[in-house]
Design a protein around this ligand. Sequence first.
Ligand code: MIG
Length: 749
Amino acid sequence: MIYHFEEGSQECRIEFRDRTILLTVINEAVCRVTALNRGEQKPQRSAAIEGDKQKQTAIRIQKEETGIRLFTDKIQITVEEDGRIGFFDREGRFLTGYLSEGEESGSCGEELTEQQKAFIGREGHETADAAENAVSVKMTLDEADCIYGLGDKTGVLNKREYEYEMWNTDNPAPHEDNFKALYKSVPFMMVLKEQGAYGLFFDNTEKSVFNLGKENTKYFTYHAVGGSLDYYFMTGDDLADIIGEYTGLTGRIPMPMLWTLGYHQSRWSYMNEGEVRELAENMKKYEIPCDCIHLDIDYMEQYKVFTWNRDSFSEPERMIEDLGRQGMKIVTIVDPGVKKEEGYSVFDEGVEKKYFATDGQGNLYVNEVWPGDAVYPDFGRTEVREWWGRQHKALLEKGVSGIWNDMNEPASFNGPLPDDVVFYDEETPSCHKTMHNVYGHYMSKATYEGLQKLDDRRPFVITRACYSGTQKYAVVWTGDNNSLWTHLRMAIPQLCNLGMSGFAFAGTDVGGFGSDVTSELLVRWYQVGCFSTLFRNHSAMGTRRQEPWLFGDESLRIIRKYIRLRYELLPYFYDLFYEHQKTGLPVMRPLVLEYSRDKNTHNLNDEFMVGSNLLVSPVVEQGQVKKLVYLPEGTWYDYWTKERIEGGGWIVADAPLDICPLYVKAGAVLPKYPVRSHIDESKDEKLILEVYPGEGTYYHYQDNGTDFAYEKGEYNLYRIVNSGNGDVKMETEHQGYREYGEIEIISVK
Ligand code: MIG
């Protein structure tokens, strides 16, 4: 083992006989570890991380008996003579480290036979070649460690003892807890330890497996079928620190347009103009606040992207303009598959310019999706992304306000695409196997950047597939769930882990996509949906319709109550996006994120917080009218009755169908708007501050909610100090936007 380290540099290169380990210090809490293959001089380009994230950091290297030790103010890393790496906190306390092969064997303490390995689908599955290119690490776990993150996975909040795969997958079967993968790949995990926490981001786009203590509770393994071992190790006192570092690397969600936080109504599909207009009328008639209607694939002519079916939508611009006057925006779906049809300009132009994936012999790669035979734009190339971005002019010109990207795993009607279909990584030929997990990422980037060029507004893009870092460009939804109680239950850990993995703007289809919803399930789903960031009711063709007024008066009344509550709380949600920009923290948070040293929160799957002041404990079981609620230490106020409750234990809350148990932290200031039917200019007329007993400080952010003027200072930031006796003091820390017409203070007694 030979190592090179130059005083003053942030890099240490350690050479072994067969490889080089490169330690690159990004900042005092983050170190990149790269195993360079023979001949490789520097790490590969990252799809997730843009720009140089390195901060000047003092580091020190020390030679030890068994190897070397690198120090920053927050991390210590040892690399031993045999190549094993260990990670320690600033105090030198061991966090985790490599286990060498054989140090801990299978779960029964026995080596697996070749046959068993083949059955389990590990080495045995792959060709000799593939096995040679595979990368793996095995790292220790302590008994009390809990694991969070991993983006959008099924199952419970704490991922310990589960196994997941990173391979963007569109599987139409109902999402069961044992699904290894859904549509998104976010190879980022956090480990909460008895003391401190650490995070690992394995920046590798190839198919990979995280075995999180399933094989053996004493370790976790990471295994990718190709690419290189290239990861970021991050430490902190808490999960919040790790999330801050991870989003510092991969990016944060830019301020969304305020209306996108309102209520959205969708269906596969609203088939024609008449149906869309009637829907908007019904929203008004039934007094359901709503900002947006989504048009699914049937608005297009033969599913040709960037076209309109003129038989069913004869004058889209007129329709959208009229709806706009009623406060309703339109989002249209755009799939990646371009219909293979000569004379269709998107196809013709893409063929001429060689913008579609090929079979490697120069022939177009054709597969089947909604338009029938279709070709796949090669989004990994800047030129293709720019071209795709420009196509959106056709939709924006008609008045469309946002784009919904689907099928971008990429999906096909004939199963997974072959590994060797040629996709490019910028101007270097690559293949589907390597580019698959970033296809949705690059499509989102193309869409975001395209909208940004065409319009002054903040782009609103929703995507189904993504990779780490896609949060910079798109909002996500969790794809095709079903109208099942298990899926309502799962929505909470699913959205909480997505949020902790950078995707703070996310939602599930409220009411469930597949299967038929019941009134009770729909009502309970709204009680969760109105606290998730993307609040959209969507359902599949052929299922029971899911608009709020189709389930009787009682259901309608309750649904309306929760959609209205969402509109009242919009300034709170908006403030949390402002906070996210600064810290990377999600809006919807599992209790473990706020109270990580309280063990009762580690596996709490059926409650969550919105920011740090509002605790939501919804009913997610059929027929339940009481809810067992865990309130962490401190004083809480029942949002509905304003009753004061001491936390630090479990309470049984009354939860008849119209009640979603909600608690506000003592000292909180909740900013609210008066109820309105949609977001418009009048948002600045009045702000209400609901002030709870107890001392506290709260920051409120205000801007025009639409464009990027805030980047030039056109915003207000208020510091609100709650004295604890019913008074608040409000100071303007930054003034760059119009003031509220009126601020009403409501003191909770
Ligand atoms: O093959 O566009 O997840 O939201 O309604 C199904 C039709 C394609 C899947 C999406 C869903 C959408 C549906 N799409």
